[in-house]
Design a protein around this ligand. Structure first.
Ligand SMILES: C[S@@+](CC[C@H](N)C(=O)[O-])C[C@H]1O[C@@H](n2cnc3c(N)ncnc32)[C@H](O)[C@@H]1O
Length: 312
């Protein structure tokens, strides 16, 4: 597997740094951060470089991201200011209780930059993209055999379950038609690769809609990715417990990329403030979007929405 993490662009980097550094006040000596979606390490290394004496705990469930991170931190001479942890961020509460709470660690900033990294997406063998043919996999934790892959879901869910996944997680209006076509196709032979699935979905779209700006298979692939990685469940779990780990004045920033995620973040922040007005405040009445200059450099940032919760 190739491991080119070279050309990486961290979404809303400026805004994250602003939120994390402006709240420090007098506590600018030795602030501690938690980056739950390390990826190519763009946000983590920016924090380490630009916030003096900072320390970052960084989490990723993808072993390739962790291995690449170790090399990168060494090259940048930042190893002693960052601890890399390979885990699903939904497991962080357990880790915190067993390894950090006794030391009284609290975070001045916690970041989640959700979704797949461009590295994962561009690595054809991971099966996230339908640009070229690859086995339908889509596990972000690519070495975990306990997780059902996209191939498992496509071949094993019944027609109604498939339609529901594609409708709920992909907001795909042709979900029933697509599920039916998948079931018909797999009766002939197991559906194994991305191109076969792309072709099935493509032909479920009316002819007039097949060549629009967004490819017909995009929503179905998004839906399967979300289902494979349980993305909404782990986000809901983590956004409940993360505010508990903030230091006074600390901020939890979550960057999401579609309305399903943003809705979960919005609701969990509101709920926390309702339950505990004395200790929490939402800093972003509306989600913060990327600036035009960022969008023109990195089109993926167009759909980014950042929400920030502060511990008072
Ligand atoms: C969009 S990338 C992050 C990019 C990073 N902020 C940077 O600047 O390089 C998202 C990363 O989060 C990881 N990730 C997504 N969901 C996760 C989860 N539930 N637990 C742990 N890591 C997760 C993915 O494996 C991926 O590497």
């Amino acid at each position: 597997m190739s491991s080119d993490y070279g050309k990486h662009y961290s979404v809303q980097r400026r805004e994250v740094l602003k939120f994390f550094s402006e709240s420090l006040g007098d506590r600018s000596v030795g602030p501690t951060y938690l980056d739950l979606t390390f990826g190519a390490g763009g946000h983590t290394t920016s924090i380490l470089k630009e916030i003096p004496n900072s320390f970052v705990y960084a989490v990723d469930q993808d072993i390739e991201a962790i291995n690449n991170g170790e090399t990168k931190l060494k090259e940048l001479d930042l190893t002693d200011r960052c601890k890399l942890l390979k885990m699903n961020f939904s497991e962080f509460e357990e880790y915190y209780k067993s390894s950090l709470s006794d030391e009284g660690v609290k975070f001045d900033g916690i970041l989640m930059d959700l979704g797949v990294s461009s590295h994962q997406f561009d690595q054809i063998s991971r099966g996230f993209s339908f640009r070229e043919s690859a086995e339908l996999d889509m596990r972000m934790d690519g070495t975990n055999d306990q997780i059902q892959t996209a191939k498992d879901l496509v071949n094993e869910l019944d027609e109604e379950e498939l339609a529901n996944v594609i409708f709920e997680y992909g907001e795909e209006r042709y979900s029933r038609r697509i599920a039916k076509a998948i079931v018909e196709k797999r009766e002939e032979a197991e559906i194994v690769d991305t191109k076969t699935l792309e072709d099935i979905v493509f032909h479920c779209y009316p002819k007039k809609d097949r060549f629009k700006k967004i490819h017909p298979a995009t929503k179905t692939f998004q839906a399967l990715r979300i289902a494979v990685n349980h993305e909404l469940e782990v986000l809901a779990t983590a956004s409940e417990f993360l505010p508990n780990f903030l230091a006074p004045g600390g901020r939890l920033a979550i960057i999401s990329f579609h309305s399903l995620e943003d809705r979960i973040v919005k609701r969990s922040f509101k709920k926390r403030v309702l339950e505990d007005k004395a200790h929490f405040k939402i800093l972003t009445k509306r989600p913060l979007m990327a600036e035009e200059d960022e969008v023109s450099e990195n089109p993926r940032s167009r759909s980014a929405k950042m929400r920030v919760l502060e511990k008072l």
